[in-house]
Design a protein around this ligand. Structure first.
Ligand code: SAH
Ligand code: SF4
Ligand code: F3S
Length: 458
């Protein structure tokens, strides 16, 4: 069955949702829809949702809510809620958004086409939140590629079984399951052939990749991907500190395409809170792992996630988090105020911290980290760093020398994921260029390329 018209996808949430949205778009394309960025033109609107924090969930409801009016003037418009909020709410979603046509849970993507057909045949208010332990596989497809893209996400595993007490992921994404290494290598080989230079492997806990299925280990998977021709950089997220293995540390050290960067969410610096969060490590264990990592990979850049205001977090617990950040000096952090999620166990813990206090702690923490990030950025001045070119800079800095007829201000990223702006006449998107860093700002570095571009050379 074919449809005619345009599809608009709004993606909220993590990188996995970005990857999933591309798969949804592939399905929509195969049913005859063309992709559009113009909401007004859309004949089908899909919101791929996130329920990690209250705010993300509200964003989804408010986006979808506004189609009630539009649907009156455009009755054929199809509206779909997909992803984590869809999985969490099921048919309850219709109470807040009665005009919704399809509620598509996180494990129902393979059946999206079927539901579109049922809708065309007259079925209304379709809900699919069936729990399927199957991994969703689709044939790799590069037809909807944007040629200027350098970097892509590839999900290697789905679900999570860590049950951190604040987190909805195990409930909305289900049990952990890994894709086969052959399928992953096949997909990345195709991406590399299509010109992609960097991939980020996605999973809630990549270190347990393949364990349940008896697949090769994550470091072994990295080794296979490292051998793929044309690919220049490999990133991955997320590693859980409790499972960070020495083999992974060696893989970062030895595999030339694996970036010298690790995102290792610590969440809190207080042992009491870590225990209540069910994280499975102490402050000491975390610090020991970081020390080992720094010993083996002295140039490693580190980033982390922090939650402030977890139920019962005292001022001292919070100070412990601050001191951990000061000790380790992460290159960057993502910090969040704890958001109560009714499906997660911590919602029943009591002893909630006032919203106002959570905000105070969050702003204080971010302020402190800004200074650390700036210090880390300033340490780059004078260094010559490889930058993977992503495109022209959107930001222009006054006084930045742009002499020469074809001189453009370009931007790219270092292995450590720092943004670098530099002037150049002849680099191409996807080149790796050595840039001498001359200036450091809170969120970016600025410099000049060395005389000859080292295109493709590492
Ligand atoms: N699997 C990854 C993280 C996935 S969610 C890991 O274990 O690290 C991304 C981040 O959102 C988490 O690291 C955490 O810092 C934050 N987060 C998750 N649930 C939250 C909640 N209820 N309130 C605030 N932040 C939360
Ligand atoms: Fe959530 Fe913890 Fe799983 Fe990460 S490891 S997704 S924080 S339950
Ligand atoms: Fe959000 Fe679901 Fe990702 S809850 S963070 S979109 S796994």
């Amino acid at each position: 069955m074919k449809f005619n018209g345009f599809a608009y996808i709004n993606t909220i949430g993590c990188q996995m949702n970005v990857y999933d949205s591309e798969k949804l778009l592939g399905i929509l394309n195969s049913y005859g829809f063309e992709s559009t960025n113009d909401l007004e033109k859309a004949d089908i609107v899909v919101c791929n949702t996130c329920s990690i924090r209250h705010k993300a969930e509200e964003k989804a409801f408010s986006f979808l809510g506004r189609f009630a009016k539009i649907k009156k003037q455009k009755p054929h418009l199809i509206t779909v809620m997909a992803g984590c909020v869809a999985q969490q709410e099921g048919k309850k979603a219709f109470e807040r958004v009665p005009h919704l046509d399809i509620v598509l849970g996180t494990r129902a993507f393979a059946r999206f086409g079927q539901h579109l057909e049922a809708l065309k045949a007259g079925k209304r208010q379709i809900v699919d939140i069936e729990d399927s332990s199957m991994i969703y596989e689709s044939e790799p497809d590069t037809s909807c590629f944007d040629e200027t893209q350098v970097s892509r996400f590839v999900t290697i595993m789905q679900g999570c079984e860590n049950f951190c007490t604040y987190c909805v992921v195990p409930y909305v994404r289900g049990a952990e399951r890994s894709r086969s290494s052959e399928k992953i290598v096949e997909e990345i080989t195709l991406l590399a052939k299509a010109g992609i230079k960097e991939i980020t492997l996605l999973g809630q806990n990549v270190n347990s990749y393949g364990k349940k299925e008896g697949e090769i280990s994550f470091p072994k998977l990295l080794e296979k991907i490292n051998a793929i021709e044309g690919l220049k950089r490999i990133r991955f997220a997320t590693s859980h500190p409790k499972d960070l293995s020495i083999d992974l540390i060696y893989a970062i050290k030895e595999l030339v395409k694996v970036c010298n960067h690790l995102h290792l969410p610590v969440q809190s610096g207080s042992n009491t809170i870590l225990k209540k969060m069910n994280r499975g490590y102490t402050r000491k264990i975390y610090k020991e792992k970081i020390a080992l990592l720094k010993k083996e990979c002295p140039q490693i850049a580190l980033s982390t996630d922090i939650i402030v205001g977890f139920p019962s977090e005292t001022r001292q617990d919070y100070e412990d988090t601050k001191s951990l950040l000061q000790d380790i000096e992460f290159d960057s952090i993502f910090a969040f105020a704890y958001s109560d999620r009714s499906s997660a166990p911590a919602a029943k813990f009591g002893d909630q911290i006032a919203e106002k206090e959570k905000k105070v702690r969050l702003n204080d923490l971010l302020g402190m980290q800004d200074l650390v990030t700036q210090k880390k950025n300033r340490e780059q001045i004078g260094k010559i760093i490889d930058v993977l070119v992503e495109g022209k800079s959107l930001k222009k800095r006054d006084g930045f020398e742009l002499s020469g007829k074809n001189m453009e201000q370009m931007m790219g990223r270092t292995e450590s994921n720092k943004i670098v702006h530099f002037p150049s006449e002849h680099v191409r998107i996807g080149d790796i260029v050595s840039v001498k860093i001359e200036n450091a700002y809170p969120h970016s570095l600025w410099g000049h390329p060395m005389e000859r571009d080292t295109s493709g050379v590492r």
